[in-house]
Structure formats: structure tokens, C-alpha cells
Design a protein around this ligand. Structure first.
Ligand code: PLP
Length: 375
């Protein structure tokens, strides 16, 4: 099997699998006062510490959630219910993941003004455009760090630094799902108040995420109940998944630079082979090397995806969550109309090799000739 769909999800690493199993064995409820509860609490706090360290944050700034979607919902709805009671404008980008875009849309339907900053003609989102959209009436700026369909990197640091200076009332949220443990990244450098993370994109288990909340920032919880996570996120904590998240994070944090260089080599290799064979590359050269959007003219994405699958090669026809629906995000990135139905997303992990890229491109070329014959 050749797996090039790592932006959709990653294979859990051995350390994460072992940690999940250990968490199932040590089955205590961390809220229990006896020894089993204490052991579970210690596991949870150890994982929190690892994740906080990896993000350059304090342990108290990390809150566990069920996924990045919940983290972003909590951040955005929380901002709307705090600063948003007085300030009614939200600034975001036109290329957000649905977990952010659909929250913004719901708030827009409820009376908020939402400004969606689009990439310019060159496919890049500019800090100046984000900064220019913010004003005194803005309660929230929510922008992703790395786009999940093209790998485009949004200049968050530059934008957030300027916005914080000029409009300190605005809360700053960043979806770092596709950048955490992939690009060198700390909460402080990014300058965000709120950061969404997900374990299953970094070789951890599904069903666990985290929300970073900068010390001193207050937003109301989304989940009410028994008061877990210092009252911020009620519900008995999933200790096995939290432990799996922590273990994956510990494993990956040792190799961020090394894995980045490897992804960069794979991206160069893929780009060269695409260019040599008339395959369009939609991602910009300054995008994250982990995600490369390509388009094979006159071959529909789904047809090619299933052709490749038959040869044991797994790719995506866009983002996994759009499930074959035509992506509006791809259009926002100015991918020419005639290529939009032919987009494939190739996303890497450290396990991928240059030989696998050769196999991918060779298979695409076979698809081109054999499907053209059928036509
Ligand atoms: N944000 C981005 C950029 C993503 O790529 C994804 C997953 O595809 C999410 C958010 C949602 O993450 P989760 O599956 O943890 O809810």
C-alpha cells in the first residue's frame, strides 16, 4: 500500500497505539479520589505537559476536546458569546476548513458580519489583506495556518502581530491542524489567543483534540456538565485517547525539522515529475511541503482516485470532508476552471519515499493512456 492521504488522517504510530492500550488497562476515572483515579489523572497530566511543551505553552493553557472541530467551535462560538456581545464583526479567510467556515456562517445568519479574505490572483493569502479587514468592531479573527487542500501557508504571525497592536479587543484564533508537528511552531511566535489541534493528523488516535487558550483569555465553555478540564470542557476525559495524543506528540516533536526536510524532498520530486509530464501543480512553491495539490487535465478526480486505488495507491480528490463534492476552496485558490474537476491532493508523512512518487506518477501516466483509449 502507498498512502498519500496524510492530510485526511495518519497511521497511528506504535507509541500512540501502546499508549492507548495502556490507557484502556488503567481504566480509572480521573475524577475518582482513589488510586485508580489518581493514576488516570497522572496519565492525563503527563500528556497535557508533552503537548504544552511541543506548542511552547504552559500546561494550564491546554484543554482537551474530542477533535479540532470541537476546539474551533468552542473558540469561535466562545468569542462570539464574550467579545461578540459588543463587537459584531468576524474576519476569516475564504479557504477555511468547514469546522471554522460553518461556525462563521451560523454566526453570520445570527447577525454577525463576516469578512472572508480570499487569496489574491497568485494564490497567496496576504497578511495585509487580513489586517486591512479588521476594525474596531471586530470581535474575532479566525484564520488557518496551513490549508488542508493546497498546503498554502497563511502569514499568521505577521497578521496577528499587527492586529494585536492595533485592535487588542479582537480575539485571535488559529486552526493549526495541518501545521502542528509539521512546521516549526510555537503559540507565542504565532501570537494567537486560541489554537485548535487534532491528534489524528499527527499519528495519534482519532476522537481527541486540544484547544490552546492563552493565559488571561476568557471564553465560555461549549460543553456544560461535571466541570472537567477546570470547568471548561465537561465530560469524562478519554484517558486512552489523551495518552495516545501525548505519545504521538512526544514521538513527533523529536523530528519536526528532519521530517520537514523529508517532505520538502518528496514535494520537489513530485513537482519535477509533474512538470516533466504535463501535470499541473496547483500548490505554490512556498506552501507546506506536506500537501501538494495537482491536476491531471481531462481526467476526473474520482476516476483517477479509484484507478490509483486499484493499484494500491491512496490519494484524495480534495479534502476528505468534502466527500467528492466540488471544492469551493480550490476555486478560491484560482485553480483554472477546466482543472477543478481533476484535482488530486497528495499529502505526505515521513514513511513516504521518492520511489512511491515514481510509482504514483507512472500510474497516473498509465491511467491517462488507458482511459484515453476507452474514451
Ligand atoms: N482543520 C483542518 C485544517 C483540517 O484539515 C481538519 C481535518 O481534516 C480539521 C480542522 C478537523 O479536524 P478533526 O477531524 O480533528 O475535527
Amino acid at each position: 500500500m502507498i498512502y498519500f492521504d496524510n492530510a485526511a488522517t495518519t497511521k497511528p504510530c506504535e507509541a500512540a497505539v501502546a499508549a492507548v492500550c495502556k490507557g484502556l488497562e488503567d481504566f480509572g476515572n480521573p475524577s475518582s479520589l482513589h488510586g485508580l483515579g489518581l493514576a488516570a489523572e497522572q496519565h492525563r497530566e503527563h500528556a497535557r505537559h508533552i503537548i504544552a511543551q511541543a506548542l511552547g505553552a504552559a500546561d494550564e493553557e491546554i484543554f482537551f476536546t474530542s477533535c479540532a472541530t470541537e476546539s474551533s467551535n468552542t473558540a469561535i462560538m466562545g468569542a462570539a458569546h464574550s467579545v461578540g456581545r459588543r463587537k459584531k464583526k468576524i474576519v476569516t479567510t475564504a479557504v477555511e476548513h468547514p469546522s471554522v467556515e460553518n461556525c462563521c456562517k451560523a454566526l453570520e445568519d445570527g447577525g454577525f458580519t463576516v469578512v472572508r479574505v480570499a487569496p489574491r490572483e497568485d494564490g497567496a493569502v496576504y497578511a495585509e489583506d487580513i489586517i486591512g479587514a479588521v476594525d474596531d468592531d471586530t470581535c474575532l479573527v479566525t484564520c488557518m495556518h496551513v490549508n488542508n487542500e493546497t498546503g498554502a501557508v497563511v502569514p499568521i504571525e505577521k497578521a496577528f502581530r499587527a492586529i494585536r497592536k492595533k485592535y487588542p479587543q479582537a480575539l485571535l484564533h488559529c486552526d493549526c491542524v495541518q501545521s502542528f508537528m509539521k512546521l516549526p511552531l510555537t503559540a507565542k511566535k504565532l501570537g494567537a489567543d486560541l489554537i485548535s489541534l487534532s491528534a489524528h493528523k499527527i499519528h495519534g488516535p482519532k476522537g481527541i483534540g486540544a484547544l490552546y487558550i492563552r493565559k488571561g483569555v476568557h471564553i465560555p465553555p461549549l460543553m456544560l456538565g461535571g466541570g472537567q478540564e477546570k470547568g471548561f470542557r465537561s465530560g469524562t476525559e478519554s484517558i486512552p485517547l489523551i495518552m495516545g495524543f501525548g505519545a504521538a506528540c512526544e514521538e513527533l516533536s523529536k523530528t519536526v525539522d528532519e521530517r520537514y526536510r523529508h517532505a520538502d524532498e518528496l514535494r520537489s520530486c513530485l513537482t519535477k515529475r509533474c512538470k516533466d509530464n504535463g501535470i499541473a501543480v496547483n500548490s505554490r512553491p512556498d506552501a507546506s511541503p506536506y500537501v501538494v495539490s495537482i491536476a491531471v487535465k481531462s481526467l476526473r478526480s474520482e476516476v483517477l482516485l479509484h484507478f490509483l486505488e486499484q493499484r494500491g495507491i491512496y490519494v484524495s480528490s480534495g479534502s476528505a470532508c468534502s466527500k467528492g463534492k466540488k471544492s469551493s476552496v480550490i476555486a478560491e485558490f484560482h485553480v483554472p476552471d477546466e482543472l477543478r474537476d481533476s484535482v488530486l491532493r497528495i499529502s505526505f508523512s515521513a514513511e513516504n519515499t521518492a520511489a512511491e512518487i515514481d510509482e504514483l506518477i507512472d500510474s497516473v501516466l498509465i491511467a491517462q493512456s488507458s482511459l484515453a483509449k476507452i474514451r
